[in-house]
Structures are given as C-alpha cells and as structure tokens.
Design a binder for this molecule. Structure first.
Ligand code: SF4
Length: 453
C-alpha cells in the first residue's frame, strides 16, 4: 500500500473550489477526497460555481444521460473561462476511463485544463500545480489500477454519517455494466487501515458508517486473512459508532456467515440492499449475474428467516435487450414475493463498451417506459402498505438535523433505512438515537412524534 505524503503546496490567498459529482457513493467518496486535498492546499469550498477558482466535474458513465449532462455543463463553462482566464477546469471520474473520451473533451472543450481518471485521484495536487504553471490541457489517465492509496486527506460532507470504502473495483463483468472497465479489478483495503479510519471517525463524533464497495461482500477474497463477515464483526466493536451499514451486495456473494454477522452484530443494521436486476432467469443469464430467480428467492427466504424485521431493497433494470412480456412478468412476480421496502428502478440504456450494448434485440423505448411505469406502481404500493404497518409503532431514529422539506421537524432514519420526520425535539438531538412514535406513515416517509424518556 502506498502512503501519500501531505502536500506542502499551499495557495497564498483564499481561493475557492467547487466540485460537482455524478453517480454512486464511490464517486461521492472520491469527491470528498478531492475536496480534502484541495483544503490541504488552502482552498475553501464554494457552492457557487461561477465564483470559484477551480471547478471539478467528477463524472459517472453508468448512464448515457449523465454523460450528456457533463458535456452540456462543460459547454456552459466556455464563457466563464473567457471572462476569467485564471479559472481552472478539471474533469475526473469513470467517464474519463473510457477510451477516446479524454481526447474528445480536449478537442471539443479546449477550455478544460485537467483531465484525470479514477485510478489517480491522488495526483490532483501535482496536476493542479502543473496547470497553474500554464501548461495546456493536461490528460493523465492510468489504465490499470495501481496500489490502494492510503492516507489521502478527506473533507466529508456530513458529520454524523460517513462512507468508508473498503474495496475498489469489480470482477463480475455483468454485461450491462462499465464498472469493471473503469474501476478495475477487485482490490481490498487492509483491515487495519479500515478500522483505524473508523476509529478516527468515531473520535470526531461520527455515529454511522456505511462500508462501500462495488461488490462489498466479496471483500477480502484477495487478502487471504479476512472475510467480509469477519470485517463486519471487527467494525461492530469500534466504540462510539452506533450503526454500521454496507452496500452494494451481490446476491452470489451474500454468504451464510455474512447473514449471521448481520444477525449477531448489534450495530449492523438489519437492512440489506440486494440488487436483483431482473426476475427472469434467462435475462439474468444474459446479464451474467450468476444466479437464477429461484436462487435469489431462496436467499431472500434465508435472510428473512435469520434476521428479524430485515428490510430488503434492490435495483431493477427494465427493458434489458431481449426482455419479453413473460420475462417482465417474472420480475413483477419476484417483486411481489420479496416485498421490497423500496427499489431503485432503471430503464435499460445502451452503454458503449459493454457486451449488452451490442445485443441486437433492444426493447423499443415506449415498451420500456410502459413496463417501467407498471413496475414502479407495484413497488410503490408495496412500500406504502409496508409503511402503513408502522402506524402507532415506536422506532429508533438516528437524528441528522432539521428536515429540508419542513424546518420545524427533525429528520433521521430508522435502522432499516426509513426516513422519519418528527416533531417534539430540537437541533441538540443531532447525532443522538431517539425513539419516535409513528403517527402518519406515507409512501416515502414516516411522520412521527418524539417520545421523551
Ligand atoms: S457486480 Fe455487476 S453491476 Fe455491479 S459493479 Fe460489478 S459488473 Fe457492475
């Protein structure tokens, strides 16, 4: 593992940075590290793009739409750069790992100063210094993943909950996904580094940790001395941390020992995000997911029988190439059987560079949308019914502050990840675990009243 030495190049006067992030939690955590490095160099965070001295777009390439947005935003920056030639514009993230994209950006958006990828975010300070010395557009993309860089400074977004990446990359090669090509193969962090980071977070007052990885439960396969279940048990022992979550789990790697660890570790929340992607075995095969509908339902049964009150959430792709009405019915059937608490649903879109992008049996857009609407309706009705069961029940909530939608109410989540807005408390409860009686369950949120001891 490589230890990064603190960057000594500080800026002289107060300079502002602005980072816009697309994509998943891994990207969000990368942005927190980019922010940490910039703060170390003396920059200060700004929420206003147009008044900043450095703008970074940390991109995602999972969906084509997100890419179009990045191009649109880069186009908008042209005028800003013209009026402020000292402005530094940088683009990073998964999109830059795709062949041809950095060169295309350099050609079409010459006002961009720095282009870098997912494997070399630690190089930002040096790239920035080079750029400040007047070099033309710098492109630095590392094709292969190198060592895991430990010790990068990090400027976290919140002060109650924190993401901790425990592994990078993915070995699964699902046929619709670009991640294995942009984030590389699976590499686990050493357990000591993870535990030390969590202890430090605890000492700073953080209460909830989410262990992150593209395929989090295959953690440790490359280490030989630690499994994901063992890591969960270690994290559970860190004093001061009240809750532990993890995402994202691949069903084929969610082993019995992980289920037992969730059941037995008091801080590990009884919530498993278990992406199914489709309920049709033949579509799952085309997706290269390595489990059948029956395997998945068997796993769900095992989880429900072992973990009391467990909440299950999922990701589902609608309209994968070759999906017939019968395949889609299998998905609806699976959703009804599992009774997810909530689900992220996606309409399949072609990703260049993936095997599925070349499949010829693409589903027409109108059909995809029609199926998508039917699926969302079913999921919502299940969520609503499950939330209604909370009426008059008492739940434990980790308070995160005032609700953004109603500043007279506090907000937080249950152990199972449900959002609760409630009356009866004040901002001093932030970071505390409190009991709330649910008075009005809604489809997405539970409304309630604080129970005073
Ligand atoms: S498990 Fe599949 S969908 Fe998830 S990151 Fe890996 S290749 Fe992509």
């Amino acid at each position: 593992m490589t230890k990064l030495h603190e960057n000594e190049n500080k800026v002289d006067k107060k300079k502002l940075y602005y980072i816009e992030t697309w994509g998943c939690q891994m990207n969000e955590e990368d942005s927190e590290k980019l922010a940490g490095m910039l703060e170390n160099m003396g920059y200060t965070k700004s929420n206003v793009r147009n008044e900043s001295d450095i703008i970074i777009f940390n991109t995602c390439c999972v969906r084509e739409n997100a890419e179009f947005k990045v191009y649109g935003n880069l186009g908008e920056l042209k005028a800003l750069k013209k009026s402020n030639p000292d402005l530094i514009i940088a683009v990073s993230g998964c999109m830059m790992q795709q062949k041809g994209i950095p060169e295309l950006i350099k050609k079409k958006y010459p006002h961009v100063d720095i282009i870098f990828g997912t494997h070399n975010i630690h190089r930002l300070p040096e790239l920035l210094n080079n750029s400040l010395q007047g070099k033309s557009t710098l492109i630095e993309i590392w094709d292969a993943e190198g060592d895991i860089i430990e010790g990068l400074p990090i400027q976290r977004e919140g002060d109650i909950k924190a993401f901790v990446t425990i592994m990078y990359g993915c070995n699964n090669f699902c046929t619709y996904c670009i991640v294995p090509y942009t984030r590389g193969r699976e590499r686990s962090r050493e357990p000591d580094s993870i535990i030390n980071e969590i202890k430090e977070l605890s000492s700073k007052g953080y209460k909830e940790i989410t262990l992150l990885g593209q395929n989090v439960n295959s953690y440790g396969k490359d280490l030989n001395n630690m499994s994901f279940a063992e890591l969960l048990r270690l994290v559970n022992q860190v004093e001061g941390i009240e809750r532990v979550r993890f995402m994202t789990s691949h069903p084929k790697d969610l082993t019995e020992d992980v289920i037992l660890a969730v059941k037995e570790c008091d801080k590990v929340c009884e919530h498993i995000h278990l992406p199914v992607q489709s309920g049709s075995t033949q579509i799952l095969k085309k997706m290269n997911r390595k489990y059948s509908k029956e395997d998945y339902l068997g796993l769900v049964e095992k989880i429900k029988s072992k973990i009391n009150g467990v909440a299950l959430t999922t990701d589902i792709i609608v309209g994968f190439p070759g999906e017939t009405e019968e395949d889609f019915s299998e998905t609806l059937d699976l959703v009804s059987k599992v009774e997810y608490d909530s689900a992220y649903t996606f309409i399949y879109s072609v990703r260049k560079g993936t095997p599925a992008g070349k499949y010829e049996t693409q589903v027409p857009e109108t059909l995809k949308h029609e199926r998508f609407n039917r699926l969302v309706e079913l999921i919502n009705s299940i969520s609503e019914r499950k939330n209604r069961e909370f009426k008059n029940k008492t739940v434990e909530v980790l308070v995160e502050g005032y609700s953004k939608s109603d500043e007279s109410r506090l907000t937080g989540r249950t152990r199972t990840g449900k959002l609760v807005n409630f009356t009866g408390g004040d901002i001093n409860l932030t970071g505390k675990l409190v009991n709330v009686k649910i008075t009005e369950p809604q489809t997405w949120t539970l409304q309630g009243q604080l129970i005073c001891d």
